[in-house]
Design a protein around this ligand. Structure first.
Ligand SMILES: [Zn+2]
Length: 119
């Protein structure tokens, strides 16, 4: 869900926020410009959610596999709640999606970094 107030950067037509979702590309109804909705938080929010889930689980005394499982399941609800809340604070932005300048962004997911040694 995106809050209202989105506009096409090319023709300045108002975009029905009910029809678009963050991260997905679409075409402007008026000028057919290829557009994409970007959230200014994106990967940052995902990382924060994972971190929060980890800290909470750790705080509750979970260790090892339990901690891993709790983080794995726990970050998802935190992510969605935070995303809905942030939608009201930081509105999503519409930008043009030109195929020429399109670059494949590396997917900055949660890194699984395991500490070495101690076998
Ligand atoms: Zn347009």
């Amino acid at each position: 869900m995106i809050r209202k107030g989105l506009r096409c950067p090319k023709c300045d037509a108002s975009i029905d926020s009910q029809k678009v979702s963050v991260g997905s590309s679409f075409h402007c109804e008026f000028c057919s410009e290829s557009l994409i909705v970007r959230s200014p938080y994106g990967n940052l929010l995902m990382g924060t959610s994972v971190l929060l889930a980890g800290l909470l689980s750790f705080g509750f005394g979970m260790r090892g596999l339990r901690l891993a499982a709790a983080v794995f399941l726990g970050w998802i609800p935190i992510y969605y709640i935070a995303r809905v809340c942030l939608n009201f604070i930081v509105p999503a932005q519409v930008s043009r999606r030109s195929p020429e300048n399109e670059t494949i962004q590396p997917n900055l997911g949660p890194d699984e970094e395991k500490s070495k040694g101690h076998g």
